[in-house]
Design a protein around this ligand. Structure first.
Ligand SMILES: [Zn+2]
Length: 83
């Protein structure tokens, strides 16, 4: 259970330098990010309802850079990345 909330040392996407956490004062930011981040090459990495696939509980603040082409395809198809 703890593994869904805390990355094992050495396995965080942050340590690879390919992910960022973006936090705002209100939830409006997270809604905007979910609709627009793909335009800049980032994907909503750990959406709700995909924990069995990603291995991580929802993190509305965590975005991973995959490049604009892949981000658009992932966003348009509603696909999560595998863990
Ligand atoms: Zn993060």
């Amino acid at each position: 259970m703890a593994g869904q909330w805390v990355a094992v040392p050495g396995y965080s996407e942050h340590q690879l330098g390919i992910a960022v956490d973006i936090n705002g004062a209100t939830y409006d930011l997270y809604f905007w990010l979910q609709e627009n981040s793909y335009k800049y090459g980032f994907i909503f990495r750990y959406p709700a309802g995909k924990t069995e696939i990603t291995g991580t509980a929802e993190e509305v603040w965590h975005y991973r850079c995959v490049g604009k082409e892949a981000a658009k395809e992932i966003h348009d198809q509603g696909l999560p990345l595998l863990a």
